[in-house]
Write a protein that binds this ligand. Structure first.
Ligand SMILES: CCCCCCC[C@@H](O)CC(=O)SCCNC(=O)CCNC(=O)[C@H](O)C(C)(C)COP(=O)(O)OP(=O)(O)OC[C@H]1O[C@@H](n2cnc3c(N)ncnc32)[C@H](O)[C@@H]1OP(=O)(O)O
Length: 301
C-alpha cells in the first residue's frame, strides 16, 4: 500500500503525561435509529421482524431498542477533532482504526445524556507504526452510573520507532470446523456516507482525495460500521435478536472494507463466548475478527 510521507512528530513522554478532557454525548431515539440504519438494519427486508425494533417502535414496544455497538460512538469525541494532543503532530488521514473493545454494563436506554471520562490506556511502538489506546468510560448524567466502556486502538502509520516495546495480540486461531452460522448483509455503495451521519466525519470515508493521500483508491468504510454489521449478525443468529444479551465485544480490523462490498460473518459458540470472523465475499478476505461475550442463551436456541 502506498501512502503519503508522514511528517509526524511524536513525543511519548509529553503524550502520556497529558490528561484528556471529559467529553459529553447526548442521544435520542432518532440517533439510535440512524445508527442502526448505518449498520444495515432492515437492509435486506424493510419489514424484517428481528431488525425493525432497532429503527421503529413496534406494537407494544415503548422504545426503539439500542444495538450494543451504538456505544462505540461515545468514544469518538476525543479523536475526531484531529488528534490535537501535546507531543503529537500527525497527519490524521494516515490513522487507521485498529481495534475496538466494548463492555456494556446495563441495558441501554433509548435516549440519554452521558459524561465520557477519557484516558490514554496504552502506547505501543510497532516500528513502522505506533499504536495508541484510548479508554472511554461513559456515565449517565444525573445518576453517575457507569453505562459502558470503550477501549479504542488506533494504528498510526509512520509514527513508530520511538522505543522497542511491543505487545502481541492473541486472537489469531479460529476453530477449523465450519462456523455456527453465516449471515451475508450486503453493504450499500453509500454505506460510509450514511454511517458518518452517526458522528464519525473523518473524510477518509467520504473524500476521494483524502482517501488517495492515505493510500487507498477510494474512500473506505468506517471500522466501527463493519463492527456494527458483524455484531448485529451475531445478535440475530445467536442471541435470538436480543441486543441486551451482549456483554463484551472485541474486534480487530484486519483489512480495509470498501463501501458496497458484501460482508460474511462466521461465528462459533464456545460456552458463552462467540468467536467471529468477518470476510469480504468478493475478495475472500478476512477484514475483522474477535469475540463477543454474552449474558446467556435464549431458551429457543
Ligand atoms: C477515540 C476514538 C477514535 C476512533 C478513530 C477511528 C476513526 C475512523 O474514522 C478510522 C477508521 O475507521 S479506519 C477503517 C477501519 N480500519 C481499517 O480499515 C484497518 C484495517 N487493518 C489494516 O489495514 C492492517 O491490519 C493495518 C494497516 C492496521 C496493519 O497491517 P500491517 O501494517 O500489515 O501490520 P502487521 O505487519 O500485520 O503488524 C504490525 C504490528 O501491528 C500489530 N497490528 C496489526 N494490525 C493491528 C490492528 N488492526 N490493531 C492493532 N494492532 C495491529 C501486529 O500485531 C504487529 O505487532 P507485533 O509485531 O507486536 O505482533
Amino acid at each position: 500500500m502506498s501512502m503519503a510521507t508522514s511528517d509526524s512528530e511524536f513525543n511519548p513522554d509529553l503524550l502520556l503525561a497529558h490528561k484528556l478532557p471529559e467529553t459529553r454525548s447526548t442521544y435520542n431515539e432518532r440517533d439510535v435509529a440512524i445508527y442502526a440504519l448505518g449498520v444495515g438494519a432492515c437492509g435486506q427486508d424493510a419489514v424484517d421482524s428481528v431488525e425493525l425494533k432497532f429503527v421503529y417502535h413496534e406494537n407494544g414496544q415503548e422504545h426503539v431498542q439500542v444495538l450494543p455497538t451504538f456505544v462505540s460512538l461515545f468514544s469518538l469525541g476525543s479523536l475526531t477533532d484531529g488528534l490535537d494532543l501535546p507531543g503529537f503532530k500527525y497527519d490524521p488521514s494516515l490513522l487507521l482504526h485498529g481495534q475496538q473493545y466494548i463492555e456494556v454494563y446495563r441495558p441501554l436506554p433509548s435516549k440519554a445524556s452521558l459524561i465520557n471520562k477519557v484516558s490514554l490506556a496504552g502506547l505501543q511502538d510497532k516500528g513502522k507504526a505506533a499504536i495508541l489506546e484510548i479508554e472511554t468510560r461513559s456515565y449517565e448524567q444525573g445518576s453517575d452510573e457507569l453505562l459502558c466502556m470503550n477501549r479504542t486502538t488506533v494504528f498510526l502509520r509512520g509514527a513508530g520507532g520511538f522505543s522497542n516495546s511491543s505487545q502481541p495480540f492473541s486472537y489469531k486461531n479460529y476453530p477449523s470446523n465450519q462456523g455456527l452460522a453465516v449471515k451475508i448483509p450486503q453493504t450499500q455503495p453509500s454505506a460510509a456516507l450514511l454511517y458518518r451521519l452517526s458522528g464519525d466525519y473523518n473524510p477518509l470515508h467520504s473524500d476521494p482525495n483524502v482517501a488517495k493521500r492515505a493510500g487507498f483508491p477510494r474512500p473506505i468504510l468506517h471500522g466501527l460500521c463493519t463492527l456494527g454489521f458483524a455484531i448485529k449478525a451475531i445478535i440475530k443468529c445467536i442471541c435470538n435478536g436480543d441486543p441486551s444479551a451482549v456483554k463484551t465485544i472485541s474486534g480487530r480490523f484486519l483489512a480495509t472494507v470498501f463501501p458496497g462490498e458484501t460482508l460474511i460473518t462466521e461465528m462459533w459458540l464456545q460456552g458463552l463466548r462467540v468467536i467471529y470472523q468477518t470476510k469480504v465475499k468478493e475478495r475472500n478476505k478476512a477484514v475483522l475478527s474477535g469475540y463477543v461475550d454474552i449474558r446467556g442463551l435464549s431458551s429457543s436456541l
